[in-house]
Design a protein around this ligand. Sequence first.
Ligand code: GAL
Length: 451
Amino acid sequence: LSFTSIHPKHFGNHFHWGVAIAAAQNEGAYLEDGKSMSIWDAFARRQGKIKGGDTPFVAADFYHRYKDDLLLVKALGFNSFRFSLSWARILPDGTGRVNKQAIDFYRKVIEECLKLDLVPFVTLYHWDMPFALEKEGGWTNSLVLKWFGRYVKVCAEYFGDLVKNWIILNEPLSFTALGHMLGQHAPGRRGLNNFFPAIHHAALAQAEGGRIIRELVPGAYIGTTFSCSEIIPFTQREEDIKAANRVDILMNRLFIEPALGMGYPKDDSFPLLKKLEFFTHEWRYIDKMRFNFDFIGLQNYFPVTVKHSNIIPVINATQVKAKTKGAPHTDLGWEINSESFYRIIKKFWLYGGIKEIIITENGASFKDKPENGMIKDDKRIAYFQTHLRALLKAKKEGVNVKGYFAWTLTDNFEWNLGYSARFGLVHIDFKTQLRTIKHSGHWWREFLQGG
Ligand code: GAL
């Protein structure tokens, strides 16, 4: 199948073609119009946490440039737009008083989408907990269920008349593992004593958020998103296969299974799960962690190859980098493997309990440099082409895929990597905020206009 033989129409007439962004990565305006600090603003102030000492304070300045950026989404041919709401902008104290300026801002963004005929998909939590709540324990405090519930209610009340498509959490595994176990992401907590409560409260908040939107927004289409990666054992030795299984449980199964009503993953060979079960008294909560999502958002960037290791505690596994394996990879060292994208989608579909799947993020980072005003990011184009082909194959085999969102519209604040990692279809010169459409952006326009 050559790429020219793929056409957007093959994905169906009502397919959501979109780009995704996130408040903390794009908005900037971090203390403007009543917004308070989020955990990412606070984290960035700590020495050595973010590459190059970068901060999300200005980011891609979406707060002031949203009209231009939405015109770009439209110009590139997309019909849908995914963005997140900043909790710290809407409820500066985390709870309590609603900041009317934030409501105005997001209503303007939504209205602009609707004016341009772009279907808005709103993510409620894309990693930027108000710092005021982190001081009270954030995701490790069971009160977070109350705080989050109130925040979701406020969003439903103020935006539910205009927005039908809701995403409760962005990748709970990422913010719990990177932010509460490994300390690499905000809020920078470490260890199982932080990880376990964060996992459990996120699993509960995810389902509860779904229930609140269902109750308050008539006709809502409700999903949540999971990171996923095919886990490949480095060799066929038993210890590597077992290591791969443990990583698979953590990276792919930990949150989808409770959401589907199965409780946390069960596997007697992995002691961590016993501890988690003991810690959470899971049986009491199994129904509360379940929600009948209308769709599941899958986000995939790379497969992970692992081998057994005695040095790494708890999971006894270590990653074998793409470079070491001699596999193609992006400039972040992430393996490029579209067949594995196909296989991981199939794996999730096999649960049987998922009604619809949307690829809510997929993309690649390269060190794009403008040359004569052009950014020739051919490798990114190839990445999208091969991944779309893999997605189409899954769809043809019966996976009910309803949309695909490219990560991301413009270069932006890539968490602990700061501005050093570029994922955008549109290049940003962060000194001037000048936007330049990359060749991949032009490619998307041609592809989608062919439809
Ligand atoms: C995802 C995350 C995005 C973006 C992307 C690329 O895990 O949801 O915000 O950063 O990875 O690293």
